[in-house]
Design a protein around this ligand. Structure first.
Ligand code: GUN
Length: 299
């Protein structure tokens, strides 16, 4: 039976360090880290995520600013808000929750966030730093950064000789995750919806990372015995066993059967999810430290 990786506990260790670093910055430099989270429209899942981010920001002692914009918000209005936040010295981190409503184009909005305030790590400057192996001077996308902490807790920081397979190639997760594993010396395969014989490729993986958004896609016979499985999927499915109309969250991995052969596995919920929020806090406190030219804490 695999070791169950406790993302909640690891995330709490990170946010404790963040809260301490925030208190030190306020005491010694008079600067309170400020995080602005922008959400457009009424998607309930997105609102739940954003509320969790704002709550955690407060818990870390930040100045937490939430901008909830109406579904009808125009591209110009959204870009004006980002411009205002870019210019505000009290704001150290800006996050625009994705996906945006269909009439809005997310790319120009994301790219207009100043790289120093891009705590999502999605600006091309930050993505480019990760791609060129500079993990120190920019901001790394939160979910892959959090997933890497879980990987490092199992394997240490040098992944030499280990095969890693990432299923999914998004800018938000798959691409930066593959690059971080590569920076850690793993031999990395990026698999995706067009990959042939995905199961055989996954069976080579010492570290298997799934981020596709399909419940239970990774099955027991895809898993190399002893492998580490990082499940990034968050899928809401019907759960009639909990009562009529009830739902529950599951990952991309068939957890019970894969846990029988894996060496370590993240649960959903309670695995990667809490790490994403923790790394958003870490990026914000890093941005605030840099804004006053202080050496940054490490996580
Ligand atoms: N939507 C789902 N995950 C994320 C994330 O990490 N950042 C943003 N901005 N939107 C998301």
């Amino acid at each position: 039976m695999a070791r169950i990786i406790d993302g909640k506990q690891t995330a709490a260790t990170v946010t404790d360090t963040v809260a301490e670093a925030a208190a030190t910055l306020e005491r010694e430099a008079g600067v309170k880290p400020g995080l602005a989270v922008v959400i457009v429209g009424n998607d309930p899942a997105s609102h739940a995520y954003v509320n969790a981010k704002s709550r955690m920001a407060k818990q870390c002692g930040f100045n937490s600013m939430q901008y909830s914009l109406a579904e009808e918000t125009t591209q110009d209005e959204l870009e004006s808000l980002v411009a205002k936040l870019n210019a505000d010295p009290a704001v150290h981190g800006i996050l625009v929750q994705l996906p945006l409503p269909r009439h809005l184009d997310s790319e120009p909005v994301i790219q207009s966030i100043r790289p120093e305030k891009d705590v999502d790590g999605l600006n091309v400057v930050n993505a480019g730093k990760v791609a060129s192996g500079d993990l120190a001077s920019g901001l790394v996308s939160c979910t892959p950064a959090g997933a890497m902490i879980l990987v490092r807790n199992i394997h240490g920081s040098d992944l030499s000789g280990l095969n890693a397979v990432v299923i999914g190639r998004s800018n938000l997760f798959g691409k930066p995750m593959a690059l971080l594993l590569l920076a850690g010396n793993a031999t990395v395969t990026m698999a995706h919806s067009r990959t042939k014989d995905l199961a055989a490729i996954c069976r080579q993986a010492d570290i298997l990372v799934a981020a596709v958004g399909r419940p239970f896609m990774v099955r027991q016979d895809w898993v190399k015995p002893g492998a580490t499985i990082i499940d990034v999927g968050i899928n809401r499915i019907d759960a009639p066993e909990k009562g009529e109309g009830k739902t529950r969250l599951v990952g991309d991995v068939a957890f019970d059967e894969c846990a029988e052969v894996a060496g370590a596995i993240t649960p959903v919920p309670g695995g990667v999810g809490p790490m994403t929020i923790a790394m958003l806090m870490a990026n914000t406190v890093v941005a605030a430290y840099r804004s006053v030219g202080r050496p940054i804490p490490s996580f």
